[in-house]
Structure formats: structure tokens, C-alpha cells
Design a protein around this ligand. Structure first.
Ligand SMILES: Cc1cc2nc3c(=O)[nH]c(=O)nc-3n(C[C@H](O)[C@H](O)[C@H](O)COP(=O)(O)O)c2cc1C
Ligand SMILES: O=C(O)C(=O)c1ccccc1
Length: 363
């Protein structure tokens, strides 16, 4: 991990209630995938190109739903007010100031309208996307979509890797099941079928299907991203079902513990999609080199989850801004060292498997 991010992580660990730290840090089952997401990047290396005579670099990227000034967006993570009293408001301000996208989760502790307002107060053009799970009650799903639209979100992200909740041993050991008094999943308040003021549970839908995705797509004109794709055939189906983009993700190792590392699943998905829609990768991205590797393997951008939570817990908005700054600066530096000027200069032939010197299996 980038050394400055390690420091922020340590500061966050010291600041957080250990139960909440474990909620953020933990994974499903034996936490195999949690470790693999980071370890898989360390098994890859990048062959720099030389004598390319370049001085300036362009690292922005346009995606359906918004432009990013750096190829890093903030992946949806739950309950930011466990990390800092300003919660998602702080995250939204830092993302807007860095001119990148915040994917704000249904499980946020600030209502989506307030999250977007905070972002737009910093940058009138700020792009905030809304992430949701297909709720078993489709009226609830529809209401959430309308809330996101009314709030001014510019894309929807549907998370497909959670037909059921992952079993998080650390949470079970701590008996962590509920938010502390005063905090709630504010997007779930006042939904159809509940009394005024009531906050509904976020539920997973074991019955969620491609038909649900179709209905969601028909419900809104917002670009629809599908998050949590690992199998190339699902990537093809997603394109056929009209998604605007795909997020290759194993949910940061919090869902299926026999899944591969996210970056190892990336090349086959990129090949299957064949440029028809952009592919974003999240899971284990902890430095500029990881970003360069993911882009070289075909990602249009990466998402970061836990590093944002560490920045937020360590120093609120300033901490999140620092995380984005560290990653921007280190990625730009790696690009320069590799003789790149544009993101498109990061190509798959640069990626080799460490210890073998041969092109990565994907190469
Ligand atoms: C504490 C926590 C909560 C999360 N909550 C959600 C969520 O509500 N919806 C979702 O799609 N992904 C959720 N994720 C997964 C992230 O969007 C992302 O896939 C993952 O964190 C990326 O891995 P990284 O943490 O190694 O960067 C969560 C991750 C963490 C760590
Ligand atoms: O913790 C998670 O990973 C997650 O995705 C989630 C889902 C619903 C509510 C809170 C968090």
C-alpha cells in the first residue's frame, strides 16, 4: 500500500471504535478474498516504455454519468457517519473538490438529496451516482430510483453480487448488527408500506433476476451500471440488457469468499465486453501502481472503498481529499515513469506476472 495511505489507515484505526473498524475492514468467511484483492496486484508488474519524450499527462476520463479528473471514483460503502460526524456530506465535498464521482450508497447515513446538495455546493457540475440493491419489494426499488432522480444523481449503480448478505465473522463476534442511536440509513425512511418516519431495513433479494434489471432500466433514463460482475458471460448478458457500464467487483471480499481477486477477473470481462461499454474495477486498489495495472488490463477507471473510509475516519473531508490527492499524484507519477501521456498508453502488453517475467496470462 502507498505509505501515506498506510499512515492514514493507522490514524483511522486509532480513531474508530474497534467494532466499527472491524465492520469496515472485515470480509466474508475466512477473508481469503479480502487478502487476495490486494495480493493479486502484488503478483503483477508493469513493463515501462522508455524514450517516449513526453512532458504533460492527461488522466481524466469520461464515463456515462460523469467526467472524472482522475481515473478513480469512490465506490459505495455504507454508513459514513460511523467514521465521522459529517459522514457522506464530507465524502461528497471531497469527491466534488477533486472532480471525481461519488457513488453514494442506499446504505448512507445522510439522505441522497443532502449528499448531492453538499457536492453541488462545492462544484455545481459535481456528479453523484446512486447505488442500490434490487429490493424484494419493487415499489421500494422504484421509490429509491425516484429519490435519486429528484436529488439530481447522474447514474444508477445496481449491485448484483448480493442475493443474500455475506456472513461477516468479525461483526458476529462483536455482536454488531445495528447502527448506534441517532444514525440511520436515511434513504430508507418514509418508503411505501411503512408508517411515517419509519426506516425500513435494507433487504437483499434472492430472487433478483435479469428481468428485474430490465424493469429498472425501463424505469429510468439514467445510465445504469451493473456492479459485482465477475463472470465474462454475465458481462455479455449485462451488455445485452442495456447497461451503460460494468463494475468488476467482489464487493471488497465481503460477499463470496471463493471468488477470485477482482483484478484477476478483469481481463476476461474486458475481452467479453469488447469495448461496448466501459468497465470499472474495484477491490484492493491501494496505490498509483494498482491503478496503472488495472487500466493496463482494460479498466476505464477504478473504484476505492476502504481507503476512503480510512481518510474519512482520520480527518473527515480533509482526509478523503488527501486519499484522492495521494492516489492522483502517485498514479500520475507512475504514468510518467512508464512513458505514458494518456490513459490509452497503458496497454495490456505492459503487464507481466511477477517472478516469471512473462506476459500475464491475460496478456
Ligand atoms: C464497509 C463497506 C461497506 C460497503 N457497502 C457497500 C454497499 O452498500 N453497496 C455496494 O454495492 N458495495 C458496498 N461495499 C463494497 C464497495 O463498493 C467496493 O466494492 C469495495 O469496498 C472495494 O474494495 P476496497 O474496499 O478494497 O477498495 C462496501 C464495502 C465496505 C468496505
Ligand atoms: O456491508 C456491506 O458490504 C454492504 O454492502 C451493506 C449492505 C446493506 C447494508 C449495509 C451494508
Amino acid at each position: 500500500m502507498n505509505a501515506d495511505l498506510v499512515q492514514l489507515h493507522e490514524k483511522a484505526r486509532a480513531a474508530l471504535d474497534p467494532v466499527h473498524y472491524d465492520y469496515y475492514a472485515g470480509g466474508v468467511g475466512d477473508e481469503v478474498v479480502l487478502g487476495e484483492n490486494e495480493a493479486a496486484f502484488r503478483r503483477l508488474a508493469l513493463l515501462p516504455r522508455v524514450l517516449r519524450g513526453r512532458s504533460t499527462r492527461a488522466i481524466g476520463v469520461d464515463l456515462p454519468g460523469g467526467r472524472l479528473d482522475l481515473p478513480v471514483l469512490i465506490a459505495p460503502t455504507a454508513f459514513h457517519r460511523l467514521a465521522h460526524p459529517d459522514g457522506e456530506l464530507a465524502t461528497a465535498r471531497a469527491a466534488a473538490a477533486a472532480r471525481t464521482v461519488l457513488v453514494s450508497g442506499v446504505a448512507s447515513t445522510v439522505a441522497i438529496a443532502d449528499v448531492v446538495r453538499a457536492a453541488r455546493a462545492v462544484d455545481a457540475d459535481a456528479a453523484v451516482w446512486f447505488q442500490l440493491y434490487p429490493h424484494p419489494d419493487e415499489d421500494v426499488t422504484e421509490c429509491l430510483v425516484r429519490r435519486a432522480e429528484r436529488a439530481g444523481c447522474t447514474a444508477l449503480v445496481v449491485t448484483a453480487d448480493s442475493p443474500v448478505f455475506g456472513r461477516h465473522r468479525r461483526d458476529a463476534e462483536h455482536g454488531f448488527h445495528d447502527l448506534p442511536p441517532g444514525l440511520a440509513a436515511e434513504n430508507m425512511r418514509d418508503l411505501p408500506g411503512s408508517p411515517p418516519g419509519h426506516v425500513r431495513d435494507i433487504e437483499m433479494s434472492p430472487l433478483a433476476s435479469w428481468a428485474h434489471l430490465d424493469r429498472l432500466r425501463e424505469l429510468t433514463s439514467l445510465p445504469l451500471w451493473l456492479k459485482g460482475v465477475l463472470h465474462p458471460r454475465d458481462a455479455v448478458l449485462a451488455v445485452e440488457h442495456g447497461v451503460a457500464g460494468i463494475v468488476v467487483s467482489n464487493h471488497g471480499g465481503r460477499q463470496c469468499d471463493v471468488a477470485p481477486a477482482a483484478v484477476e477477473a478483469l481481463p476476461a470481462v474486458v475481452d467479453a465486453v469488447a469495448g461496448r461499454v466501459p468497465v470499472v474495477l474495484d477491490g484492493g486498489v491501494r496505490g498509483g501502481g494498482d491503478i496503472a495495472l488495472a487500466l493496463a488490463l482494460g479498466a476505464a477507471a477504478v473504484g476505492i472503498g476502504r481507503p476512503v473510509l480510512w481518510g474519512l475516519a482520520a480527518d473527515g473531508e480533509t482526509g478523503v481529499a488527501r486519499v484522492l490527492d495521494i492516489l492522483r499524484d502517485e498514479f500520475d507519477h507512475v504514468l510518467a515513469l512508464c512513458g505514458g501521456r494518456h490513459l490509452a498508453d497503458l496497454t495490456r502488453d505492459l503487464v507481466v506476472t511477477r517472478g516469471t517475467g512473462v506476459l500475464a496470462r491475460c496478456g
